[in-house]
Design a protein around this ligand. Structure first.
Ligand code: ZN
Length: 422
């Protein structure tokens, strides 16, 4: 965390937040009283440790009690998926929508945006999706152009790119691969188009050491555009966005206090995995105090070559609930996905985690190989042993069996991770 000026500013804002919550939040009033917290005792950022963190289950079960304003002050209801089935509502006031715009304006500036840019938005602005409206209002504030096209339909995306000549696109990175495939088949020379950069949302394009992962490499090898990753969630109403250095998402200390906590709610050191825990600043509708997001990241607090000194967050390593403790190592599904995606021998996979007879996690990989051979089996086992230091169980399956594994429920997306732990 940035010492000095930023700490003083954050402590002042924290003081205002505590006062505001103690007066307006039914949930936090109760939390303070139940835990005998006197908000006057919380003066510095390190005093935050006196307040027990809350999580998504709290936010879901007590959703309405987080609202600090009368209903007539709510300007927009956004939502995010909950852990217990029904969605979680985040209500924003007019003031919060302005704050959201400022947050995204800062993010676009960080990602080398200017009024000279035109952004093609390949995502939805409907379905109570906060990010869509955040990008839209941030770009408006930036003075850049907007093409609000929505997700999917590569043919329409390309027709529009060629006609309106946007300089940047905003999308999930796996969709960029689809755009590349479509362009190649349609004879469009992608490196000769107006698009020079992409804001990548929802999926990682880098490893935790900030080098490009398989997806990031596949995109940039084919299409010579600059990728900027951004990480945010509806609850935090604030984004971490990369600058041109591509060394993690920059923190905005004036809008949020971030802590990375271990399993005992202690702060982790730089470059150690911890749960992203946030305290929103300047939020009026549903401010959050020490809210555990469930996302596991690492942070780097060394100054960035871009000149910014606020800490940077790594790509999300995984969800806390999906953490696998396997033979003394800690793993998250995305790292395994990445490992398996790197090998040409493996056409497709499903990872299953289950509890063995002595209560420990076991990992079983269902693999569809490009060729059913002993040589491939030997290579895969040697590779996994070298990269993981432990050997998961492997079961080779046919294309038909893989299909059955991946589409067990009524989901439209293939399942890559099955958690059968008891
Ligand atoms: Zn930077």
């Amino acid at each position: 965390m940035e010492p000095g000026k930023s700490t003083v500013m954050q402590e002042q804002k924290l003081h205002e937040l505590l006062l505001y919550l103690s007066q307006n939040s039914p949930f936090y009033k109760e939390l303070f009283s139940r835990n005998k917290i006197n908000i006057a005792d919380i003066k510095t950022l390190s005093d935050l440790a006196l307040i027990p963190p809350v999580n998504k289950d709290d936010l879901q079960k007590r959703n309405d009690d987080f609202l600090c304003v009368p209903l007539e002050k709510v300007a927009e209801y956004t939502s995010t998926s909950g852990t217990l089935g029904s969605p979680v509502t985040i209500a924003l006031t007019e003031h919060d929508l302005d704050r959201l715009a400022l947050n995204e304006y800062n993010s676009f500036l960080c990602a080398d945006g200017s009024a000279n840019d035109t952004y093609q938005l390949m995502l939805t602005l409907d379905r109570q999706f906060m990010a869509g409206i955040a990008y839209y209002s941030g770009i408006r504030k930036l003075g850049a152009g907007i093409i609000r096209l929505g997700p999917g339909v590569p043919s329409l995306q390309w027709e529009t790119i060629l006609r309106l000549k946007p300089t940047a696109i905003i999308t999930v990175p796996s969709f960029i691969l689809k755009l590349i495939q479509f362009a190649n088949a349609a004879g469009i020379n992608i490196n000769d188009t107006s698009v020079k950069k992409a804001i990548c949302i929802g999926e990682n394009i880098r490893h935790t050491d900030f080098s490009l992962n398989t997806l990031g490499k596949k995109i940039t090898e084919a299409w010579h555009i600059k990728l900027y990753s951004t990480y945010a969630s509806t609850e935090m109403q604030t984004a971490f966005t990369e600058c041109s250095e591509g060394q993690g998402g920059h923190y905005q200390p004036e809008l949020m206090i971030v802590e990375l906590l271990d399993e005992n709610d202690q702060h982790v050191k730089p470059k150690e995995p911890g749960e992203v825990t946030i305290t929103t600043l300047d939020v009026e509708g549903m401010p959050l105090l020490r809210y555990k997001t469930g996302d596991i990241c690492m942070y780097d607090d060394s100054p960035c070559a871009c000149g910014r000194t606020s800490l940077r967050l790594s790509p999300v390593m995984g969800r806390k609930k999906q953490m696998i403790k396997f033979k003394g190592t800690t793993l998250y599904p995305p790292a395994l996905f990445e490992l398996l995606s790197e090998r040409d021998e493996i056409l497709d996979f499903v990872i299953e985690v289950y509890t063995n007879e002595i209560g420990l996690d076991e990992v079983l990989l269902y693999l569809l190989l490009a060729e059913d051979s002993e040589e491939y089996d030997r290579r895969i086992r040697a590779y996994l042993q070298a990269r993981l230091r432990v050997s998961p169980h492997i079961k080779y399956v046919s294309a038909e069996e893989m299909q059955k594994k991946q589409f067990t429920e009524a989901s439209r997306k293939p399942t890559k991770f099955i958690d059968s732990r008891s």
